[in-house]
Design a protein around this ligand. Structure first.
Ligand SMILES: *Cc1c(COP(=O)(O)O)cnc(C)c1O
Length: 471
């Protein structure tokens, strides 16, 4: 492809993007497709000779957009959002056009330095202590794994990487049972093992936070048994119902027990740009050694973009840095972020944060989050008024509810809502009961979209109940 052709098709790609987004509300959020439908449309073998761009483009238009689940649809209320503000898409287009590989300072001077500055902008925006550093990772799962490896190495006197874990004793990690499955996977991959992830009860509504007395008791019992406590993973905004731990209380235990403390705030971290949210949910965050949050979820930085803040990056670097001859650099006083993470290769992720924060300003980003929180409360109250059982009240913009009937009826309700297509929600479980999970957070979502969701849920629930009665 020559650069004249690139220029023409690049303009077409931008036109497509604008038209796609303008038309999203007319599309079902989740496509009406069966497994295999998309693969059936693709050639079964690669072409031996090149094809014309026109043919590739027209196949793209006929195959792809109708078979996607539209994460940028304003009526996406499932999972958590993966928001891509338009300005962050532009930044990603530019980054993908220059296509640098940002593993070392010398392979990407401006990307490396911008990453340092953007992490510090976010540190200030989230009210985290002066002097903390950080790194942009692909996902919260990777950041949590990095933190668990660091707690492991610290707990076994930095010998695990060299000697393996056979002489390390039985390492133990503590978290609330509300913690995300990425924490289980991190302890698997770190060689600590599922059985040594001690899942502790929560204290119930309103925060569903970790039971700190149970945490202390578990650590004491483990020490008495000769085990080796390695660290604690706290959460701000669990996936199920939004659970958040009392960081001052958990942090005091971590300090007293000299345990590494990692915080998973993958979703809710974005809301900490609002000082009132921080004041309610984040006292004690300064106790943490590591904090992860995903600007690619609620904030609007196109996937992927996960920021891990570190009180003392040297511990993570001691855990992960490896320097064969071919990676040695001559620069002094430079940061090589690949020494802070598991993958060597790194994308230029800082650019979209720079564009995003400059275009909207923190006030613009806060306004969206405050709206989402307020609209979630309105939707919750409206559903309650219509007779739905609110199982968990909103924590930020997430709540759960049930329609009539048993667990099976809840799943049928979710499936019927999603088959209708006007909105998209997912099911969850709370205290052993199936619930419908509803979160407000898509970047372009309006109050009308949220209120339409309430109408759709009420309408389909009534239809389902009628159907059950008749059938
Ligand atoms: C989304 C989420 C994760 C996992 O995030 P990835 O970036 O997809 O790895 C972990 N914890 C919580 C609380 C989440 O919401």
């Amino acid at each position: 492809m020559d650069w004249d052709e690139f220029e023409r098709w690049g303009a077409r790609a931008a036109e497509f993007g604008a038209a796609y987004h303008r038309g999203l509300r007319q599309r079902p959020v989740r496509p009406d497709v069966q497994p295999g439908d998309a693969a059936d449309l693709l050639a079964t073998a690669p072409p031996e000779t090149g094809e014309a761009m026109e043919a590739i483009w027209s196949d793209f238009l006929s195959v792809v957009p109708d078979r996607l689940t539209h994460w940028q649809h304003p009526r996406f209320f499932a999972y958590f959002p993966a928001n891509a503000a338009p300005v962050s898409m532009l930044a990603e287009m530019l980054a993908s056009q220059m296509a640098p590989q940002c593993m070392l300072w010398q392979t990407s001077p401006v990307a490396t330095e911008m990453e340092g500055v953007m992490v510090d902008w976010l540190r200030q925006a989230l009210g985290l202590p002066n002097g903390w550093a950080g790194v942009i990772q692909d996902s919260a799962s990777s950041a949590t794994l990095s933190a668990v490896l660091t707690m492991r190495e610290r707990a076994c006197a930095w010998r695990g990487n060299r000697e393996g874990l056979s002489g390390a004793g039985q390492l133990r990690v503590y978290a609330s049972a509300q913690a995300h499955s990425s924490i289980d996977r991190a302890v698997w991959v770190a060689g600590i093992g599922q059985d040594n992830l001690v899942k502790l009860p929560d204290t119930g509504a309103p925060s569903f936070g970790l039971d700190v007395a149970a945490l202390k008791a578990a650590i004491a019992a483990d020490r008495a048994a000769g085990h080796v406590p390695a660290g604690i993973i706290a959460i701000t905004g669990g996936t199920g119902v939004g659970a958040w731990d009392d960081l001052a209380a958990v942090g005091a235990v971590a300090e007293e027990e000299r345990l590494y403390l990692h915080l998973d705030a993958a979703w809710a971290g974005s809301a900490m740009i609002c000082p009132e949210v921080r004041a309610a949910m984040w006292p004690g965050v300064e106790f943490c050694d590591s904090v992860v949050f995903n600007p690619h979820k609620w904030l609007g930085a196109q996937f992927d973009c996960s920021v891990q803040f570190l009180k003392d990056p040297a511990q993570q670097i001691d855990t992960l840095k490896i320097e064969p001859e071919y990676l040695k650099t001559t620069g002094t006083g430079v940061v090589n972020y690949s020494e802070w993470t598991i993958p060597l290769g790194r994308r230029f992720r800082a650019l979209k944060l720079w564009f995003l924060m400059r275009y909207y300003g923190l006030e613009g980003l806060r306004a969206r989050i405050r709206n989402h929180v307020a609209w979630a409360q309105e939707a919750c109250d409206a559903l309650r008024a219509q007779g739905f059982e609110i199982v968990t009240e909103p924590i930020l913009s997430l709540f759960t509810f049930r329609g009539g009937g048993d667990d099976g009826a809840q799943q049928r309700l979710v499936d019927a809502i999603n088959a209708d297509g006007r909105i998209y929600v997912t099911q969850g479980a709370h205290r052993g009961r199936k619930v419908v999970r509803f979160q407000v957070g898509q970047f372009d979502c309006t109050r009308d979209d949220v209120m339409l969701a309430v109408d759709v849920i009420a309408e389909i629930s009534a239809r389902e109940a009628g159907g059950m009665h008749n059938g």
